[in-house]
Design a binder for this molecule. Sequence first.
Ligand SMILES: Cc1ncc(C[n+]2csc(CCOP(=O)(O)OP(=O)(O)O)c2C)c(N)n1
Length: 307
Amino acid sequence: MLEIRGFEDKVYELLGRNVIKGASHLYAGQEAVAVGACSVLEPDDVITSTHRGHGHCIAKGGQLPQMMAELCGKSTGYSRGRGGSMHIADVAKGNLGATGIVGGNIPVATGAGLAIKMRGERRVVLCFFGDGACNNGVFHESLNMAGLWRLPVVYIIENNLYGMSVSTKRACAVSSIGDRASGYAMTGATVDGQDLLAVREAVAEAVERARRGEGPTLIEAQTYRYYGHSRSDPRKYRTREEEDHYRNEHDPIELFKRHLVEKKIASPDEIATLEKGVADAVEAATEYALNSPYPDASELYDFLYVE
Ligand SMILES: Cc1ncc(C[n+]2csc(CCOP(=O)(O)OP(=O)(O)O)c2C)c(N)n1
């Protein structure tokens, strides 16, 4: 969670300085969802991600230098600088990729689940997407197939209360999106997405169910994004009081730190050492990205077609 927060805060700074160009959708505030969920996976399990995908990539073992280089458009980035923030993939680590198409990876995750089932493997797929994506046609088609064929997929809705500027209340016919699970004959759960251990427990149960061949689960994780939708968003659709409420009282990192200290799992000094290590790692990743070369102009048309 610290790596995700540190990375996101640095990206916000670099966007402000126009070092990172184009859109970037920050994940800060939602860290407990990606980390709690990915913490129960085996290395050969896979995930699919979204336009808000930095946290998913880091939680599945992504490397900060390659990620930062990708955001800066450098040739040392995950997609050699061609994908940018919204198209980071790390297939070697089981991250099938991010996408700028809202809901676009829900059928990809479903297809991966079908492949796993047809091969008789015990792997599972975690599919992350937002509350807005739940109103797309592909959500309904994909979950129907997964429910029908009992596919080993855990669908995780990150309900951060808004799809761009539209409140979930104004976009969803049901008040609890997790309730939609029953329409696809799958188990549903709603969890506090700011509570790392609550997310971990719900996803662990779902993953075990999938490994036993008992099919998919739909989990709604209730969370909040700290920054605007993307860099140009003045956040007029929500109040500063609401933002402060989440930042000051429901911050996933602060809540987990408190848990570690109260249970005497880590001391405040140990946590401070961890924080310092992460800050150094983010600085090193930024240096790496800034010192890396841009792709050469002669490579402009590479990878457009299979050669
Ligand atoms: C198919 C599609 N429709 C619309 C958009 C424009 N768009 C980009 S992000 C977004 C909101 C997504 O909201 P949500 O799924 O809740 O994810 P969040 O941004 O809250 O993480 C929209 C409508 C898009 N990129 N793709």
